[in-house]
Design a protein around this ligand. Structure first.
Ligand code: SME
Length: 150
């Protein structure tokens, strides 16, 4: 599934007829529609020089969490750690910001531009413990390709 999706991701990201924002939106739509366990797919980006993340394009239910301070929740922790964060069971996390009662698991992968963590790709799942190394490698691929157009 992931290998088959990669060419589609590249096609969307290289579509110069679309704005960068529209390309990121299309990537969210693609991942949410094609990967059964991905119920919410969105980008958060550092808000200028502020120590906070701001919601970018996303696919799935609207969230109240459009701004997340560094350090808060899974996303805010990834802004500081520069590491992937895989959460098989969100109920087991103390520092977690709930977006929906349906969410059981989450994965957040940072995006680096010239070595700087400028944002992240965040996936929520309604399925418990759905993410494997394959998800991490695929999402790292997506984030590296996204970094090329930012
Ligand atoms: N659950 C995230 C907040 C963002 S929503 O999942 C869209 C967190 O704990 O950082």
């Amino acid at each position: 599934m992931f290998e088959a999706l990669k060419p589609h991701v590249l096609e969307v990201l290289r579509d110069s007829a679309l704005s960068v924002t529209d390309r990121l939106q299309e990537v969210c739509n693609l991942l949410k529609n094609e990967i059964p366990a991905y119920d919410w797919v969105g980008f958060y980006f550092r808000n200028g020089d502020l120590e906070e993340l701001k919601l970018g394009p996303y696919a799935g239910d609207p969230t109240d969490h459009t701004v997340i301070p560094f350090g808060k929740g899974i996303c805010g922790q990834v802004a500081l750690s520069n590491q992937n964060f895989v959460v098989p069971d969100v109920a087991a996390q103390d520092n977690y910001i709930a977006c929906s009662i349906h969410v059981k698991a989450e994965i957040v992968v940072p995006i680096f531009v010239q070595g700087v963590n400028i944002g992240q790709l965040d996936i929520d799942s309604h399925t418990p413990d759905p993410f494997s190394d394959k998800d991490e490698r695929f999402l790292e691929f997506v984030c590296e390709e996204v970094a090329h157009i930012l």
